[in-house]
Write a protein that binds this ligand. Structure first.
Ligand SMILES: Nc1ncnc2c1ncn2[C@@H]1O[C@H](COP(=O)(O)OP(=O)(O)O)[C@@H](O)[C@H]1O
Ligand SMILES: [Mg+2]
Length: 357
């Protein structure tokens, strides 16, 4: 029986989504193989040991705080209330979204603690999180991405909406470089909307993207694996009552967007989507898992929109649903993710840490 530490919550606007995903993982994980230690990060960023039954909508400020002791062979995570280590985890199941969850920061911390964790490593997590850097790498890999510009906070006053629409047409999309769940993402059609969008998006990041709108269907593929990743069929996000795939459409209003799994695409289109998904995954150094989000235009051109390295695992989420369609049930998928994170860690352990020996 392996002990798995599930980490959820965190200092991110996606805190609540993370807790929802965590509850799903808790109910699906194979209890005959795994014991679960729940570590919940509260909104201040404090790590706490929680009972599963204590997990509400958010992580509440209860449960003993935890402290980290890098360098110990075991017992790197100790309880502050009694100074005792928690049971050594065989792996960490990270179920955090957005900044400080998916962006390489916590991955770095877990590398320092020398613990295996689910999801891409520091590099893959951070480059996929930053939509500007991700797009540059995708372009370099020969993949299509939306044209656009990057604006830093200090360049804000130089923006000219009219000029931008001449270059990119109307509407344009404004989004923070590092965020998720559509937080701070705006589709704008007027100068007034543009100003409001810029103001809002700069609340979440010091770097924004302004992009042309890609007119196409939204298709997503789930990718799983390390050296030889596997890819599912495509799933489609069909937006019913909103203009784009907003936070509400993703999580609040189940009727606003429907997931079509598998998507109705031709064989040739599907092959193109799957191949783009794998190339994008490898271009961004992804490992263990990621969901690759794409647009498919009426002419059959595939654009990569973004790559989510810790995709949602709620009961209405695309990633587990795509694997289910492929014949891999949710509990089996969870086991596979844990195995992949452990095998990557084992491979790294073989590397020398001293050149003299
Ligand atoms: N360039 C674009 N063209 C068309 N739609 C877009 C574009 N950028 C974003 N969107 C829409 O906004 C949604 C959220 O944007 P996205 O870049 O995926 O950010 P997030 O990381 O918050 O999910 C997308 O799912 C899509 O519906
Ligand atoms: Mg998205």
């Amino acid at each position: 029986m392996k002990n798995i530490a599930l980490i959820c919550g965190g200092k991110s606007p996606e805190h609540e989504i993370s807790v929802r995903s965590a509850k799903n993982i808790l109910s699906a994980i194979d209890r005959s193989q795994f014991r679960v230690t729940l570590i919940a990060i509260d909104r201040q960023g404090r790590w706490r040991l929680q009972e599963e039954s204590q997990l509400g909508k958010f992580v509440a400020a209860e449960g003993p705080q935890l402290a980290l002791l890098p360098g110990n062979e075991t017992g790197q995570i100790i309880r502050l209330d009694n100074g005792q280590p928690i049971e050594q985890p065989a792996a960490i199941f990270l179920i955090l979204h957005g900044p400080q969850g998916e962006d390489g920061t916590i991955q770095g911390l877990l590398r320092i603690l020398d613990l295996p964790f689910v999801g891409p490593d520091v590099l893959g997590s951070s480059v996929a999180m930053d939509k500007d850097v991700a797009k540059r790498l995708l372009k370099e890999a020969g993949l299509n991405v939306a044209r656009g510009i990057v604006v830093h906070a200090h360049e804000r006053d130089t923006l000219d909406y009219e000029q931008l629409t001449k270059q990119f047409g109307s509407p344009v999309f404004v989004k923070p470089a590092n965020m998720g769940s559509s937080v701070g993402v705006h589709k704008v059609k007027t100068a007034a909307q543009f100003d409001a969008a810029i103001k809002d998006a700069f609340q979440y990041d010091t770097k924004l993207l302004i992009e042309e709108m890609i007119h196409g269907r939204e298709l997503e593929c789930a990718v799983l694996g390390n050296e030889l990743p596997k890819v599912t069929k495509a799933g489609e996000v069909v937006i019913v009552s909103e203009e784009e795939y907003s936070f509400d459409a993703k999580y609040e209003n189940a009727d606003a967007a429907q997931l079509m799994i598998p998507a109705e695409v031709s064989e040739a289109e599907l092959e193109r989507l799957r191949s783009v998904a794998i190339r994008a995954y490898q271009a961004l150094n992804c490992e263990v898992l990621s969901r690759v989000d794409m647009f498919l235009t009426a002419e059959g051109k595939v654009y990569v929109n973004e790559i989510n390295t810790l995709p949602g695992f709620t009961n209405i989420s695309m990633y587990p649903a795509l694997w289910k369609e492929a014949g891999i049930a949710y509990p089996v998928l969870i086991t596979r993710l844990i195995e992949l994170s452990i095998s990557r860690h084992e491979a790294r352990k073989q590397l020398k840490t001293s050149w003299r020996e």
